[in-house]
Design a protein around this ligand. Structure first.
Ligand SMILES: Cc1ncc(COP(=O)(O)O)c(C=O)c1O
Length: 254
């Protein structure tokens, strides 16, 4: 039987949790087989697969609504602008953020570069410290590294313990050096570690630092609540294109 797209915002999913088969049926690509077995796709941090609702909405947009967003004073452009802004509202509601806090960019790398070269260039100066972790993806490392070279700032690194977790005692000590910014991945792409992001941001804020949370891995996998996480920026690959309908309850301090 052909699957029907579930429209974002439909609350029936919350009432009756969907079965694995129902979820899989929303992703046409998962009908593919590889080596005689159903496709198992694990690279959602880099590119999330698209459910029917996204595929159909995009198809309809290209066929019937495509026009200049925010830059045209004719009907089609105004319609495209309204759709674009409606999407911003949906993303904001799902992330526990205000719509004015949602900025659409191409990917997590672009978002992190944007923060480093806008906020960073203005607020980080000679002798200032930036605190990163040893589990950062290049996307949350290179922009800060470049900024540090440009401004004469210093980088510090939170170490990882034998279990692949951040050493939070070392983190507390490094915060005593009063960094301007803490850059941290919510979920490590190498280790799979889910960092206690709320605790990490709270500690940073108490030490007077802002936090850039790399949400590339967490965006497609965890329910996110920006107010609770408290990060200054949480770029998330696929946050726009892949709905977060498949919510799961999270542990108290994930
Ligand atoms: C933790 C993490 N950060 C950043 C990125 C880069 O994401 P993007 O391709 O959206 O720039 C990835 C990609 O896999 C990632 O896993």
């Amino acid at each position: 039987m052909e699957a029907t797209a579930i429209t974002p915002g439909t609350e029936s999913l919350a009432a009756t949790p969907p079965s694995t088969e129902e979820i899989r049926s929303q992703f046409p690509i998962l009908a593919r087989e590889q080596g005689g077995k159903p496709l198992a796709y694990l690279d959602n941090g880099a590119t999330s697969q698209k459910p029917l609702a996204v595929i159909e909405a995009l198809d309809h947009y290209w066929r019937a609504q495509n026009a200049n967003v925010h830059r045209g004073v004719y009907r089609l452009s105004e319609e495209a602008t309204e759709l674009y802004e409606r999407a911003r509202g949906i993303v904001a509601a799902r992330m526990g953020a205000h719509r004015r806090e949602v900025v659409f960019v191409r990917n997590a790398t672009e978002a992190l570069n944007l923060v480093a070269y806008s906020w960073g260039r203005q607020h980080v100066g000679e002798g200032d410290r930036i605190l990163l972790t040893e589990m950062e993806h290049h996307s949350n490392l290179v922009p800060w590294y470049q900024l540090a070279i440009e401004k004469g700032a210093e980088l510090d690194w939170v170490p990882i313990d034998e279990d692949g977790r951040l050493d939070l005692d070392a983190y507390a000590s490094l915060l005593e050096r009063r960094p301007k910014l803490v850059g941290v991945a919510h979920i490590s792409n190498v280790l799979g570690t889910i960092n206690p992001i709320r605790r990490i941001t709270r500690m940073a804020h108490d030490a007077g630092a802002l936090v850039a949370v790399d949400g590339a891995q967490a965006g497609p996998k965890l329910p996110l609540d920006m107010a609770r996480i408290g990060g200054g920026s949480a770029p998330s690959t696929g946050a726009v294109s892949c709905s977060r309908r498949c919510r799961r309850s999270s542990a108290a301090d994930r």
